[in-house]
Ligand binder design. Structure first.
Ligand SMILES: C[S@@+](CC[C@H](N)C(=O)[O-])C[C@H]1O[C@@H](n2cnc3c(N)ncnc32)[C@H](O)[C@@H]1O
Length: 224
């Protein structure tokens, strides 16, 4: 075994339950399921991608590391051709938050309390959190991480069926804790985006009161 996962995928891997059946949606190189298979962490995996080329490179790597007996590949969008019996833990990493929300929404079988979602949005994590809160998913934990000099969050979520009431701050902060490693740098990035948004609102003579509250709460909670 001669490769390690980057910071994003390491956090995702740590959240996968031992002995699980995994679906890695948008797998590309398939490094995550391969690493988990080589480390004896999963019973089986479906590695899926919407495009043939990444799937081919995933399959090449699966063969290179001798994991064909544990990992199969599937050409499909999201979970469209993956069945509930094939996946207990579902990873969606390296895609936009809006797309991840859409892919969850397209798979009604995911709304079951024995499934675990491990989600690593590259952008718009707030839209993904809002979708989760609106649709009866709970955020179990959230872990900031870093890869290639950038900062991200990994959201671990399970279905409860109870729609959560939430504020605008909740959808920007989610399950992030002030003492987590990298959280200050992750939150600094979010803060500068919110400040730009606020400037846009003021530029159009709008009311920035709601966004001001979020900015203040982020500054107070994370000291950024
Ligand atoms: C940046 S790569 C991420 C690879 C890997 N998951 C990671 O985090 O390193 C994004 C992958 O998602 C795939 N993708 C984009 N839209 C998708 C969809 N609707 N369903 C499945 N895969 C999709 C792309 O083809 C691409 O291979």
């Amino acid at each position: 075994m001669n490769f390690s996962l980057d910071g994003r995928l390491s956090v995702c891997a740590a959240l996968v339950r031992s002995g699980t059946k995994l679906a890695d949606v948008g797998t590309d190189h398939a490094y995550l399921p391969i690493w988990l298979a080589l480390n004896g962490r999963i019973a089986s995996a479906v590695a899926s991608d919407i495009r043939q080329k990444p799937l081919d490179s995933g399959l090449e790597n699966i063969r290179k590391y001798g994991c064909e007996n544990i990992i199969s590949v599937r050409l499909c969008s999201g979970l469209d051709d993956i069945h509930s019996e094939e996946a207990d833990d579902i990873v969606m990493a390296g895609m936009g938050g809006e797309l991840i929300a859409k892919l969850i929404d397209n798979a009604p079988w995911i709304k079951s309390n024995d499934k675990r979602l491990i989600l690593q949005p590259m952008t718009k994590a707030h839209i993904l959190r809002e979708y989760l809160f609106e649709n009866g998913f709970d955020i179990i934990s959230e872990t900031p991480c870093t890869a290639s000099g950038k900062y991200y969050t990994v959201i671990c979520s399970e279905y409860t069926g109870k729609r959560k009431s939430y504020t605008l701050s909740d959808i920007y902060i989610g399950g992030l804790k002030s003492n987590a490693e990298y959280v200050d740098r992750y939150m600094s990035g979010i803060l500068s985006k919110l400040k730009k948004q606020r400037n846009g609102i003021l530029h159009n003579d709008g009311n920035s009161a709601e966004i001001d509250k979020v900015i203040e709460q982020i500054k107070e909670t994370f000291g950024v």
